[in-house]
Unconditional design. Structure first.
Length: 319
């Protein structure tokens, strides 16, 4: 065997070990944590049934702009995000914190997708962008329509916390990030494919999105703090404070999402795949509960009144 071949075998073994550790940690967290379901919540219908109906396969020659991965699809996604975000911003709804984060991220993504050479396959990443946003839109719409059984548990926790004003601005941001990255992203990656038609891994473009996110996070934290909650700039996150901690948290979660997507794709049986899927759901829900604990208001010592007054004193047009 060549040196390169030996390195490839070792890399595959390392990846398998890393994914096994992630899944094992997820299982331990679920066993050790308090129950994540509420008595008034209906049972979740399951990840495969909850996925929105769309064309997951990337087809560059398709007449559909999103299936083909055209930039016009990213523009359409941004317009939809803006329409959803504007009423949240005008009313200082706590859900606006994550709404703004996702909107700004997609706007910066659009800029990088138009840069020649930034991504190896920008059409595919555009397609991924649309598929990823579709899960967020689906969760939002199901929650708003009262179809709670179709809303993944991590999203239920995030939406409920925002509606009830239970957590700080950083809490709302982390809850949305957790539900979308730790829960949604592994399923999206597994569905759209981890490997290109020529057999090469799509991981380099996945990692290049991290470089894009590094352009987003610092100005986003500043804007969130200026518009919604000044404590966001100095709030503690799992990996530190403010911008640095938020960026490191996001990178760690995205790496874990790729590894879990690998586990979904490589599962030898439907039962094994469902077990990985359940671990993803459970881990995201437990992480959400941990975020709730760390960022929850504790009336009468702390509550949402100061944050709400701060937001009302500023422009709510969201632009």
């Amino acid at each position: 065997m060549t040196a390169r071949g030996t390195e490839d075998v070792m890399a595959r073994r390392t990846r398998r070990h890393s994914v096994a550790v992630l899944v094992a940690l997820s299982a331990v967290m679920v066993l050790a944590a308090p129950g994540t379901a509420r008595a008034d919540d209906p049972p979740f219908v399951g990840w495969s049934a909850a996925l929105p109906s769309l064309t997951w396969e990337y087809q560059p020659s398709s007449a559909d702009e999103c299936t083909a991965g055209r930039l016009s699809c990213v523009d359409k996604t941004i317009r939809q995000m803006q329409r959803r975000y504007d009423p949240l911003a005008r009313t200082c709804a706590h859900a606006a914190v994550f709404g703004l984060a996702y909107l700004r991220t997609t706007q910066v993504y659009r800029d990088t997708a138009a840069r020649p050479g930034f991504y190896d396959d920008p059409g595919f990443v555009n397609h991924e962008d649309a598929a990823f946003a579709a899960l967020y839109f689906s969760a939002v719409d199901d929650w708003a329509a009262g179809r709670v059984s179709k809303v993944p548990p991590a999203w239920r926790i995030a939406f409920r916390a925002a509606e009830r004003g239970q957590v700080s601005g950083m809490g709302d941001l982390l809850l949305g990030m957790n539900a979308h990255v730790n829960r949604d992203l592994p399923f999206v990656l597994a569905k759209i494919g981890l490997v290109a038609p020529d057999g090469s891994s799509r991981k380099p473009d996945h990692d290049q999105v991290d470089a894009m996110l590094n352009e987003v996070v610092r100005p986003l934290v500043e804007e969130e703090a200026a518009r919604y909650d000044p404590t966001i700039e100095t709030a503690r996150t799992p990996y530190g404070v403010g911008y640095t901690g938020l960026m490191q948290t996001l990178l760690a979660w995205r790496e874990a999402a790729w590894r879990l997507a690998e586990q979904l794709v490589s599962a030898p049986t439907a039962a094994a795949r469902e077990a990985v899927a359940q671990a993803i759901e459970d881990n995201a829900a437990v992480t959400a509960q941990s975020i709730m604990t760390a960022t929850r208001y504790l009336p009468p010592v702390t509550d949402t009144s100061g944050r709400d007054a701060y937001c009302r004193a500023r422009s709510g047009d969201g632009r």
